[in-house]
Design a binder for this molecule. Structure first.
Ligand SMILES: Nc1ncnc2c1ncn2[C@@H]1O[C@H](COP(=O)(O)OP(=O)(O)OP(=O)(O)O)[C@@H](O)[C@H]1O
Length: 117
């Protein structure tokens, strides 16, 4: 298959992210969390470096959520029936989102603490 032009690849990536926003509840919650963080960054006048750290962890959660959904979709195509191997694959993919979410909570507590107290 011929490689699409760069603007088409970019557009496809945007469409993938928009699909996630329309279809996946967890992704919607994580985007809401990103918006809350953007508000707090402005409201609390968070420093540039601290804001960058917060935004990187927020976007890391969103990226992992997209990859987790990709794994789920592929698993559902190759094995629609119950399968112990699929279970561990899906659980591991979900685990990656969980670990990054925990990391983002820790980062949030560590950074916002000094602006609030
Ligand atoms: N084919 C299967 N075989 C075995 N276990 C499965 C299978 N499909 C789903 N599961 C189990 O159900 C869980 C949820 O899988 P599902 O595909 O329903 O994702 P989901 O409800 O969208 O989850 P998430 O909230 O992580 O996005 C998996 O983590 C796994 O433990």
């Amino acid at each position: 298959m011929r490689k699409p032009p760069i603007h088409k690849s970019f557009w496809n990536a945007i469409k993938g992210a928009v699909w996630m926003l329309k279809s996946e509840r967890n992704f919607q919650i994580e985007v809401f969390a990103l918006l809350v963080n953007l508000f707090l960054i402005v409201y609390l006048r968070v420093s540039t470096v601290d804001a960058a750290i917060i935004l990187v962890v927020c976007f890391a959660v969103l990226s992992l959520e997209i990859l987790n959904t990709c794994v789920e979709k592929i698993c559902d195509i190759i094995q629609p029936e119950y399968d112990e191997r699929i279970k561990i694959i899906k659980d591991m993919a979900a685990g990656s989102v969980f670990i990054m979410t925990m990391a983002s909570v820790v980062v949030g507590v560590l950074i916002y603490f000094k602006y609030l107290f």
